[in-house]
Design a protein around this ligand. Structure first.
Ligand code: S3P
Length: 171
């Protein structure tokens, strides 16, 4: 079975929905950020501050190469923006975009010090980043799951929609 990679802007719910999806499909779940944090023994803000963002982006690419197969992976919000990563994941599986509105993501990330890209940017900068990235993710995605602004619903319902959308529930 190919891997399933969840992409989308910071705060769209990749990790929450990814865990629910992995449980439904009875597969291991990996969060790319957590994988990097464990390996490096430091937090994402520490990695950005001490090693720099380009080093973090290389860590993301290396982590994609190292992850096992037959898993569900929550990517970082910027993972697919970096050279070669779309090819890397397409080669091993399918990409799902969690298409949440900017307002919902922004509400969730605006005060989060653990997200250096959000912490260093203004709302307008993030809005621009959101629309640039959304276009790239939408082009790369095998399936787009809309997340409504109001009442996003339980992650399990969203995960079932993805299972159906990817055709994993048909024989
Ligand atoms: C980033 C998103 C973060 C994390 C890092 C950079 C980004 O992941 O990888 O802080 O560039 O959008 P989440 O999307 O899980 O917040």
């Amino acid at each position: 079975m190919p891997n399933i990679y969840l992409c989308g802007f910071m705060g769209c719910g990749k990790s929450t929905v990814g865990k629910a999806l992995a449980a439904i499909l009875n597969r291991p779940f990996h969060d790319l950020d957590d994988y990097i944090v464990e390996r490096q023994g430091k937090s994402i803000p520490q990695i950005f501050a001490e090693d720099g963002e380009p080093a973090f982006r290389r860590m993301e690419s290396n982590a994609l190469d190292d992850l096992p197969d037959e898993v569900v992976v929550a990517l970082g919000g910027g993972t697919l923006m970096h050279r070669g990563n779309i090819e890397r994941v397409k080669h091993k599986g399918q990409i799902v975009l969690l298409d949440a509105p900017f307002e919902l993501c922004y509400q969730r990330i605006r005060t989060d010090a653990n997200r250096p890209v959000a912490a260093r940017s203004t709302e307008d900068e993030l809005r621009l980043l959101y629309s640039r990235r959304r276009q790239i993710c939408a082009e790369a995605a095998d399936y787009m799951q809309s997340i409504p602004l109001e009442d996003a619903g339980p992650p399990e319902a969203c995960a079932y929609d993805i299972v159906h959308g990817l055709g994993l529930d048909s024989p």
